[in-house]
Design a protein around this ligand. Structure first.
Ligand code: AMP
Ligand code: MG
Length: 460
């Protein structure tokens, strides 16, 4: 099997990673293969031996990356790839460098108490949701392959089928990668990392402060894009916050059904730190941690703090502008600040009446949104003021997805896959690839009371 590797991370200083091979598994079997993505990466065919970690392909330089991070606001000085191994990098058909990473590939020096493995459920969840995100036009890591290992993985529920996901990312650099060197006082390493990140992702940035500004802008766009499709990441720790601005780590994430600003799915998010409506604030908090790390690079700390503070303090405005633009297009408007109350009134009405987020916005273009509300008079009043703004229905059709990966569909897909039935996975994946096209009405439908999945669990 030929993969056109072109590795750069392995050339960074030794302390950045640990070189090691994936741990072999007993009976690898290919479950899902993303042929179109493979083609972009110059990978000819699926190979369960390679994408389970049993065979290290020629040119690979397998390694586990070091990083740290704030988890739920608490600094953890030592994280790292505990169950992932970077096989290497390729340059894709668009000329972009991409990481090829196996997730669930066995223990590493960074595994702490974990087994280094993943079970089938979270692997397929990440596969489906990350590919759905890509189809929605939102920056994200992608899924190339899912392989079952033939080995059981022990979790609270008991033994579960083990699996390995092949994840593709424009890099796995995170805020936590900067934090680990800054906290340890390894300033030369921090400088090397900063130069590497600028060259790889933001070549127009000419300094650490330029990098900070670029990442702030990318994260503001990303989080607003999540908000516009009702996505709740669930674990916005600084180790899950990329420098590229891609969505990463689909653990206990979920798309909301009924709209609620306070919605939380993750069973481990007990204080609702990562609730839907908190996500913009958390993104700013995460950028403040990146700023804190980058400040270590400067001799004149007072000046650096001033400069970094200015950049981070500008982020709420970036978020607000992006939010207005995104939600404006959802209403078919080139929104101005005067349109803000119009958007907020709709959201408030949706929240108080439990309207489905995706279906309400989708129905606005077809004039069936009224059915989503119990207080129809209130909706009619709102609609009149909205219609007075002469919404562009083509713009709405391009901005409001008809289908999102709903939690109950994902759970049903996983249950079927565990019994060996991949048909629901295929159906879901195919429909989600064209989110602006009407398909199986069953997949558009919100859950019934019996189908509701109230909480999601971390993918570990
Ligand atoms: P996550 O919440 O998935 O972003 O993971 C947080 C940290 O825990 C990372 O350092 C992971 O590598 C590590 N981790 C998560 N699950 C496992 C596992 N099953 N085995 C070893 N390390 C893990
Ligand atoms: Mg993570």
């Amino acid at each position: 099997m030929q993969i056109p590797f072109d590795n750069s991370y392995t050339k960074l200083p030794d302390g950045f990673f640990t070189r090691l091979d994936p741990t072999p598994v007993s009976a690898p079997r290919m479950l899902a293969w993303n042929g179109a993505l493979a083609c972009n990466l110059g990978i000819a065919q699926p190979d369960a031996q390679v994408f389970s970690g049993n065979v290290v392909p020629e040119g690979a330089a397998p390694l586990a990356q070091l990083y740290a991070g704030h988890q739920f606001g608490q600094y953890n000085p030592q994280l790292g790839d505990g169950r992932a191994i970077l096989l290497g990098e390729v340059i894709d058909s668009a000329g972009t460098r991409r990481d090829i990473q196996l997730k669930g590939s066995g223990p590493t020096p960074y595994s702490r108490m974990g087994d280094g493995r993943a079970w089938l459920g979270p692997v397929l969840r990440e596969y489906v949701v990350s590919e759905a995100m890509h189809a929605l036009g939102i920056p994200t890591t992608r899924a190339l392959a899912a392989v079952t290992t033939g080995d059981p993985v022990l979790r609270e529920q008991g033994p579960l089928p083990g699996a390995v996901l092949t994840r593709i990312a424009s890099s796995h650099l995170r805020v936590g990668t900067f934090q680990v060197f800054a906290h340890r006082g390894q300033i030369d390493d921090l400088r090397t990392l900063t130069d590497y990140a600028i060259a790889r992702h933001w070549p127009q940035a000419d300094s650490p402060m330029g990098l900070l500004a670029a990442v702030c802008a990318a994260q503001a766009e990303l989080i607003t894009a999540w908000m516009s499709v009702g996505f709740i990441h669930g674990v916005m720790n600084t180790d899950n916050c990329t420098i590229s601005g891609e969505t990463i780590d689909y653990g206990p994430c979920a798309f909301m059904d009924a709209y609620s600003e306070a919605r939380v799915f993750s069973s481990i998010d007990r204080t609702a730190r990562y609730a839907y409506g908190n996500q913009p604030r958390i993104a700013v908090w995460n950028m403040a941690q990146l700023a804190t790390a980058l400040i270590q690079l400067f001799d004149d700390k007072d000046q650096a703090i001033q400069d970094a503070t200015k950049i981070v303090h500008a982020m709420p405005d970036l978020l607000q502008t992006a939010w207005l633009r995104r939600f404006g297009t959802k209403l078919g408007l080139n929104a101005t600040p005067e349109d803000q109350p119009l958007i907020e009134d709709l959201l408030a009405m949706m929240q108080s009446q439990g309207a489905d987020f995706t279906n309400t916005f989708a129905a606005l273009a077809t004039d069936q949104a009224r059915d989503q509300f119990s207080d129809r008079q209130a909706f009619d009043t709102w609609r009149d003021s909205w219609q007075a703004r002469k919404p562009d229905t083509d713009l709405m059709a391009r901005s409001n997805p008809l289908i999102i990966p709903r939690n109950h569909r994902i759970e049903a897909m996983i249950e079927a896959a565990v019994t060996g039935d991949m048909a629901p996975f295929e159906r879901l994946n195919t429909a989600l690839a064209q989110p602006f096209t009407k398909t199986d009405p069953n997949l558009h439908r919100p859950p019934t009371d019996q189908e509701i999945v109230p909480a999601t669990f971390c993918g570990t």
